[in-house]
Design a protein around this ligand. Sequence first.
Ligand code: PAF
Length: 283
Amino acid sequence: MRVAHSADEIRRQLQSLRKSQSIAFVPTMGCLHDGHLSLIRKAKALADIVVVSIYVNPLQFGANEDLDKYPRTFEADAKLCAEAGVDFIFHPSTLYGKNGPAITLQAAASLCDCLCGASRPGHFDGVVTVVNILFNIVQPDIAVFGEKDWQQLTVIRRMVSDLHMPVEVVAAETIREKDGLAMSSRNRYLTADDRTAAIAISQALRSMQRLAASGESDIDTLKQEALTILANAGITPEYLDIRHPASLKNRRKLNSLRPARAFIAARVGTARLIDNMPLELTQ
Ligand code: PAF
């Protein structure tokens, strides 16, 4: 495994390889866990060479968010990457000047003024800007993103299709702890009590899945059930929403012909956790 610290270095390293081998890319902010490892496994299964970037992107953090506190664990990350068979780590110290790039991308409000975007203005603009920079540097054939960050996955899919970027976006399923909690770098902020309470997030999503599968199509009924599960764990969600998985438009009623996905974000202790699951009305 090789580690590149600048755009020029990774470009040089990949230059001749890309002529005969396919490249899969897993962009990360480090602090790798089993969720990332599953993205890496997917990347390995789909291409000859796997590149992982580790870069905590200041552009996607708001003024009062956890940029300074965000865990930076490069040694441990590199070890995990080596064990997982990653070929290249791209670990730049910065990707743009101190004031940020002069040219940035902007994601459409229709995709960003809801869910996480509503409370994190500018977040997805920061994500698409840096992912575009990373794509231009690495020039992968395939890029793998986790379904846990569904809104991010959706925005990136739209960026790639609207801007005709020559990369295939592949989604990887959310990896969960045994009790259902979605794996996240932010889970390490949870105290033991928070950790117990946090299980309610996936339980609330599963309860909506079960109700939908049993034929309940009324969104308010689904949400009420989920809110009760969260309230019993002492959690007031930042949002609990049911939306179309691609347009992210609000769904008012479940309809077996049109897909829907349920989304929750909640602060548990000092950690802001997110999760989502598909809903299928089967009756
Ligand atoms: O999902 C993440 O870790 C980040 O948002 C990403 C895609 C690496 C961009 O900084």
